[in-house]
Design a protein around this ligand. Structure first.
Ligand SMILES: Nc1nc2c(c(=O)[nH]1)N[C@H]1C(S)=C(S)[C@@H](COP(=O)(O)OP(=O)(O)OC[C@H]3O[C@@H](n4cnc5c(=O)[nH]c(N)nc54)[C@H](O)[C@@H]3O)O[C@H]1N2
Ligand SMILES: Nc1nc2c(c(=O)[nH]1)N[C@H]1C(S)=C(S)[C@@H](COP(=O)(O)OP(=O)(O)OC[C@H]3O[C@@H](n4cnc5c(=O)[nH]c(N)nc54)[C@H](O)[C@@H]3O)O[C@H]1N2
Ligand code: SF4
Ligand SMILES: [Mo]
Length: 712
């Protein structure tokens, strides 16, 4: 008899509720859960990735040890013992920071792994920590830290009630939303227009999202900070700055006004590549809208002015009174309130408390930019990285100048990867420790409930019991942490073992229970794990509510709309006005609906159909270079060359070309049979580890100069 299982999809930030039909341990079908209060029945094709990855014969099931080019299975105890021993030995000889840590994106989609990963991180005690944050949302978090006092206090666009949705450098129709958990974003955007609201997209490409909009503005890549500064300029110059109820607890408005004075639409227009009257009327439209949700994502955060652009978007919300207003950008009240928790234990985030060894890049939240990882491994001397732990990450394909990192990883004394696949990164490890996946464990979105457009809470039980050989991420972290602590001496060993017993007894689910009970609905709604277990479709906690000034975490309980850090970076932006816009082509990224960064290309179902890893170019640019649709072209940057198939489309802004990242599955030693049959190329073989936002340290993937020629 087929049975039904209800759970949340953990593959992206949208948190779609699913109904999974299964029989005799096999998933028969996956549908959207109509009763989920957030996703209301939505799902995307990737949901089947849960089944495909779960059943994938290439997914690792036992620990692997590499001996030269050969891999042999190892027992858990021997693998964990040897991994801890090798890490401790390097650390004893060369210092705690000689072993680095890289945490990839799926970490934040796995609450137990993330919580216990912190424990492991502490036990490792290395200052050389890296994660996908510095190739992603770091600037948004930095702006939140500076303006609202907490790195996780991110304003979320209230798209279900807004009258004006401005989308800058994001393509939620394909990405399903990021720092904005908003399943079924298509219907939500259509609803804005149906109720008489407007949608404007600023993107060098006429994306799937732009096609739904009232207005698409094809900005020149990397110039968003100029564009946004000009909007602020118009608001002040035309007396449209009206922070309203935010005014009593907003500091820095006069400083902001002075700071944006040089950036009139007329000044910035030739650099941004849009007409000044367009920019002026956009500022007026935002000011005139009864409510406006102003939103930016990867396109604005991962560029040379990522910090400034992220700050200015939030500043625009404040200046127009749209922060913390229904229909504007609001803060969430999640049932497990990670922001409050973190601040209770004094963790609000920090920036530039230290600098990396080689390139002197600033830390953020105790991490260094991953753009510097390769050179920290390659550069000899005191503090050199000699060992590496990767967890749920594939930086060879996901970080800039991946080829350089690829080579650097091969030179490490020791590397261990906690991952479900032997892929382009983990092939360099001496040990791979495989984890359970998806339907084999429980799930609660500690992070994404805090970033959702509506307050809801939903807990999922495991569907299948894990393979007898399998371990959860959290179990591996706990066991490694215990061993690392024990290696420091008998007293440490005793304490570590006691801690291990206590944490196993509490269990990750126990931590969620605690978080729910101590959260904002613990008393009022008796929120607990038991409550959620009785609500298999999730609990609706209502639309976002105004929370300011109470929710602010700044010392003076005020919004700082003009943090010194950002003001000091404005002369760099102003210099852009004195330079002639660069000739030649610039490269930007792209996401594809059936793909998820680098790791879902081993699903037959998700990769069939036309080739996806193509270089898109405007036909006019192709004509000038004598290139034909479908021909092979070579892309060359400072860092290297790759080849790709050309796809001509007038959705590209002339002068801009786009290629998706996460491909390039043709490296020896990886074991991904489906993916390697259609490998594509890695965009990050040509992105530049030296190209970053010097303010924040985030990688500047977008707006990279590139030469394109036919393959000889
Ligand atoms: N050029 C360019 N590069 C980019 C981007 C871009 O827009 N352009 N985007 C960037 C962004 S936003 C991100 S987030 C990064 C992502 O960068 P990464 O996080 O480094 O890479 P992923 O491709 O997400 O790799 C995830 C890894 O986790 C493993 N995995 C999946 N599930 C689990 C699990 O449950 N447990 C464990 N232990 N492992 C698991 C997979 O096998 C895979 O090896 O890429 C960045 N790179
Ligand atoms: N299907 C799918 N969904 C995903 C992922 C995936 O790989 N596949 N990855 C997940 C992850 S890790 C993340 S972080 C999110 C990201 O979520 P999004 O940010 O929505 O992702 P993208 O589709 O890369 O959208 C970025 C947009 O910025 C545009 N852009 C590039 N350069 C510039 C610029 O200089 N200025 C402006 N204004 N726009 C620019 C690009 O054309 C692109 O349309 O998606 C998540 N969801
Ligand atoms: S949109 Fe995201 S959460 Fe929803 S089904 Fe697709 S991958 Fe899963
Ligand atoms: Mo990301």
């Amino acid at each position: 008899m087929p049975q039904l299982h209800h759970r949340v999809c953990h593959l992206c930030e949208a948190m779609c509720g699913l109904v999974i039909e299964h029989e005799n341990g096999v998933i028969r079908s996956i549908r959207g859960d109509q009763k989920d209060p957030l996703s209301r029945g939505h799902l995307c094709p990737k949901a089947y990735g849960l089944k495909d990855v779960h059943e994938d014969p290439d997914r690792l099931r036992t620990p692997l040890r590499r001996v030269g080019d050969r891999w042999e299975p190892a027992g858990w105890d021997e693998a964990l013992d040897e991994v801890a021993h090798r890490i401790s030995t390097i650390q004893q000889r060369h210092g705690a920071s000689s072993v680095a840590l890289y945490q990839g994106n799926p970490t934040v989609h796995n609450y137990s792994g993330a919580l216990f990963g912190q424990l492991f991180q502490k036990a490792l005690g290395s200052r050389n920590r890296f994660s996908a944050t510095s190739i992603d949302q770091l600037p948004h978090m930095l702006a939140a830290l500076q303006m609202f006092g907490h790195q996780l206090l991110l304003p979320i666009p209230d798209i279900d009630r807004t009258d004006f949705f401005l989308i800058v450098g994001a393509n939620p129709l394909v990405s399903n939303g990021s720092l904005m958990s908003a399943p079924d974003v298509r219907h939500r955007i259509e609803a804005i227009r149906a109720r008489g609201g407007r949608v404007v997209v600023i993107d060098p490409r006429r994306t799937e999202t732009a096609q739904l909009a009232d207005l698409h503005l094809p900005v020149r890549p990397g110039t968003d900070a100029l564009l946004l500064a000009s909007l602020l300029h118009v608001l002040f110059a035309e007396g449209l700055a009206r922070p309203g109820r935010l005014a009593p607890f907003t500091a820095g408005l006069p400083e902001l006004q002075r700071a944006v004075a040089p950036f009139s639409p007329e000044e910035v227009a030739p650099h941004v590549g849009l007409d000044a009257p367009r920019l002026r009327s956009l500022a007026r439209d935002i000011a005139a809208a009864p409510s406006a949700a102003l939103y930016g994502r990867i396109g604005v955060s991962t560029q040379t002015f990522g910090g400034l652009a992220s700050w200015m978007l939030y500043a625009l919300s404040v200046v127009t009174g749209n922060l913390d207003r229904p229909g504007g950008s609001m803060f969430t009240s999640p049932a497990f309130d990670i922001v409050r928790f973190a601040s209770k234990i004094g963790q609000r985030g920090h920036f530039d408390k230290g600098r990396s060894r080689v390139r002197k890049l600033p830390e953020f939240g105790g991490e260094y930019p991953v753009s510097t990882l390769a050179e920290e491994i390659e550069t000899p001397g005191q503090g050199q990285i000699r060992g590496l732990v990767t967890m749920a990450g594939n930086p060879v394909l996901s970080s800039p100048n991946g080829r350089r990192l690829d080579r650097a990883l091969a030179s490490l004394d020791f590397m261990v990867s906690i991952d479900i696949y032997r892929n382009e990164t983990t092939r360099h490890a001496h040990f791979i420790l495989p984890t359970t996946f998806g339907v084999e464990h429980d799930h609660y979105d500690v992070i994404f409930h805090a970033l959702a457009i509506r307050n809801t809470a939903r807990y999922s039980l495991p569907l299948f019991s894990p393979h007898p050989q399998a371990r959860h991420d959290w179990e591996i972290f706990l066991d490694l942490a215990t061993r690392l602590q024990a290696a420091r001496g008998p007293a440490h060993a005793l304490a570590a073992r006691a801690q291990r017993r206590a944490l196993r007894a509490l269990s990750p689910a126990g931590l969620v229970d605690l978080g729910l009970r101590l959260g904002p609905y613990g008393k009022s709604l008796q929120m607990s794990l038991a409550t959620l277990k009785q609500a298999p479709h999730g609990v609706d906690l209502g639309p976002l509510r105004p929370l300011l000034p109470g929710r602010l975490e700044t010392r003076d309980r005020k919004i700082d709309v003009a943090p010194r850090l950002f003001l000091n970076d404005l002369p760099r932006l102003q210099r852009l006005l004195t330079e002639a816009p660069a000739e030649g082509l610039t490269l930007i990224g792209r996401r594809e609906l059936r793909s998820n960064n680098s790791w879902m290309h081993n699903s037959e179902r998700l990769t069939r159909g036309p080739e996806r890893c193509t270089l898109r170019m405007h036909p006019e640019d192709a004509r000038r270079r004598g290139l034909q649709d479908g021909c092979r072209v070579q892309l060359t940057t400072r860092v290297g060359s790759i080849e790709a198939t050309l796809e001509l489309t007038d959705e590209m802004r002339p002068g801009v070309v786009s290629l998706p990242h996460g491909w390039g599955h043709d490296r020896p030693g990886a074991a991904l049979r489906v993916a390697s049959a259609r490998p594509g190329v890695s965009l990050n073989d040509v992105t530049d580890d030296l190209a970053l936002d010097p303010l924040s340290g985030v990688a500047a993937f977008n707006g990279l100069p590139v030469q394109i020629a036919a393959v000889p």
